[in-house]
Design a protein around this ligand. Structure first.
Ligand code: PAP
Length: 334
């Protein structure tokens, strides 16, 4: 039986996926709930996904062939993915494209097309990802939970020099960003109310959710394997961008040289990737992403603490309470 999906989501990519009978048969075996960003979510390996992402994850688990130095930038949706993808791209490619280059790729391409999420790639496209001057390195984005990544990435004995960077964000701000995006991205047949979205989010039914489990999965790995998994926070990127960028460069084994420091490369990357610069670029105002989502939907306010303008005191304290319970004993607080 074909799963019921909203008409706006029935773009070419999804049509292709749903013409794959084998996948549709699998899909109908997964628990299904209403979604926040898309009409429906399906639960796979403990996490909720829209059908397009789920199809991409299952494909990646089956068909990913690792390269020595592949890098994965993992986030729960709306944690600052667009920003960190831009920073990572500028950092890794700083020799080929100095950040003050007037023809820098980030000035004409959205960071999601430079660092694609593997969920939206066909297996035949993995090999052609070419976003680093070093052919042994591809950079993939993902919203996938740690436990759903292929073993060739997660198993330290098999993972070679492959590295994972994880970015998280205050849960209340992440929720608010999800809520606004849901009503902007046009993947739903009708808008979702704040109350409905909040209820689903608290139950863990959000893209890549439960968000707490998503964050904890990477947090624990970052404690056990600090050379493999770098855990970053949106708020720290905001408050101490220079320190965090140097930390990222160091983790990747590509620290800034004295000469690069003298040339103020750190400053230049931060400035190039800032909300102010990125959100005003034509490509980020009028472009379309792979799911035909307007790139403009990826740039809203880009501030810390916007939840205060939208959540009631009761909602805020409910989310805080869930976060406290879920993170208890983990050493993590957000
Ligand atoms: P995604 O998961 O769909 O890729 P993601 O980029 O993680 O989305 O999240 C979008 C949020 O990052 C938006 O937050 P807001 O809704 O609270 O405003 C967006 O504004 C913010 N954002 C995008 N680019 C930047 C940037 N350069 N600096 C800071 N925040 C940014």
């Amino acid at each position: 039986m074909e799963p019921k999906l909203s008409p706006p989501l029935a773009h070419e990519h999804l049509k292709d996926i749903l013409s794959n009978e084998e996948f549709v048969d699998i899909l109908t075996t997964f628990p299904k709930e209403r979604g926040i960003i898309s009409s429906y979510s399906y639960q796979y390996q403990g996490f909720w996904h829209n059908p397009v992402h789920l199809h991409g994850i299952i494909n990646f688990q089956k068909h990913y062939e690792p390269r020595e130095n592949d890098i994965f930038l993992a986030t729960a949706p709306k944690s600052g993915t667009t920003w960190l993808r831009a920073i990572l791209y500028a950092l890794i490619n700083r020799k080929t494209y100095p950040p003050n280059d007037p023809n820098h790729p980030l000035l004409s391409k959205n960071s999601h097309s430079l660092i694609p999420p593997f969920e939206l790639l066909k297996p035949s496209e993995y090999d052609s990802v070419c976003n680093s001057s070093d052919p042994s390195t591809r950079i993939f984005g993902t919203h996938c939970a740690f436990g759903s990544l292929p073993e060739s990435i997660t198993d330290i004995a098999k993972s070679s020099n492959r590295k994972i960077i994880y970015l998280c964000r205050d849960i209340k701000d992440t929720f608010i960003s999800n809520f606004h995006f849901a009503n902007k991205a046009n993947l739903r047949p009708s808008p979702i109310s704040l109350e409905d979205a909040f209820d689903l989010y608290c139950k863990g039914i959000s893209a890549g959710g439960p968000i707490w489990n998503h964050i904890l999965g990477y947090w624990k790995e970052s404690l056990e394997k600090p050379d493999k998994v770098l855990f970053m926070r949106y708020e720290e990127m905001k408050s101490e961008p220079h320190f965090q960028l140097r930390r990222l460069a160091h983790f990747l084994g590509k620290p800034f040289s004295q000469e690069e420091e003298n040339l103020c490369l750190v400053d230049q990357i931060i400035s190039l990737c800032s909300f102010d610069v990125m959100s005003k670029l034509e490509v980020n105002k009028t472009g379309k992403g792979k799911q035909l989502i307007s790139t403009g939907a990826l740039f809203r306010k880009g501030v810390v603490g916007d939840w205060k303008n939208i959540l009631t005191a009761d909602m805020a304290s409910r989310l805080d309470q869930i976060t406290e319970e879920k993170f208890r004993g983990s050493g993590l607080s957000l």
